[in-house]
Design a protein around this ligand. Structure first.
Ligand code: ADP
Ligand code: MG
Length: 188
């Protein structure tokens, strides 16, 4: 039914937001006023795709990691599922690839850019301790980050969520439920 792509720096709060979104969607689906199809919310992340943090150390390791994440995403897409992809998703071309898969599956899309300043991310990263990135990898992921843009169709609608603000959950729900346009035709 929909693909929600989370994107952001390492340790910027992506997983925190992804979980909040999942909970919000599930509450809406279970609410009395909801009369749509019975939807399942699926959270696809690096962990369930068997992608350890060290996959981001080199592009040779990152390629198969992205492929694994992508195949999990593709498998999850469907008319009765809201798929949330919780990963860095920092490469424009990769987000485009997921957008194409969503079109093919005839599901709506939304992109969430979770924003925190690099220093905040670094502070949270240090506090998290275990399961952390190598310092060089952490810096690289920030440097190479290709910011989502509402000007391109594969990133829109785009919702930017600063770390210290309440996410516009209802707007995101409306975007994937009603869409601002008709569902896209299947790609040929
Ligand atoms: P990511 O999935 O991007 O790596 P997480 O959601 O796992 O980020 O958050 C990383 C750390 O930062 C966690 O320990 C979390 O408690 C902290 N954190 C994330 N978002 C916020 C926030 N908005 N305010 C305060 N701390 C946060
Ligand atoms: Mg995470």
């Amino acid at each position: 039914m929909a693909l929600v792509t989370i994107s952001g720096f390492p340790c910027s709060g992506k997983t925190t937001r992804a979980k909040q979104l999942k909970e919000y969607f599930e509450d809406r689906i279970q609410s009395a006023e909801y009369d749509g199809p019975n939807l399942t919310v699926e959270l696809i992340d690096d962990d369930i795709s068997h992608v350890p943090r060290s996959s981001y150390d080199t592009s040779a390791l990152e390629k198969p990691a992205r492929a694994s994440l992508f195949s999990n995403v593709s498998r999850s897409l469907g008319p009765d599922t809201i798929t949330i992809v919780d990963s860095a998703n920092y490469i424009k071309g990769y987000r485009y690839q997921m957008y194409c898969a969503a079109r093919e599956a005839r599901v709506r899309v939304a992109t969430i850019h979770v924003v925190a300043p690099p220093d905040k991310c670094r502070e949270w990263h240090e506090k998290r301790g275990e399961c952390s990135y190598k310092p060089a990898t952490f810096d690289n992921l920030i440097m190479r980050f290709e910011e989502p843009s509402s000007m391109v169709r594969w990133d829109s609608p785009l919702f930017t969520i600063p770390w210290d603000e309440q996410p516009p959950f209802e707007d995101i729900w409306n975007a994937i439920l009603k869409g601002d346009k008709k569902p896209p035709p299947a790609a040929v």
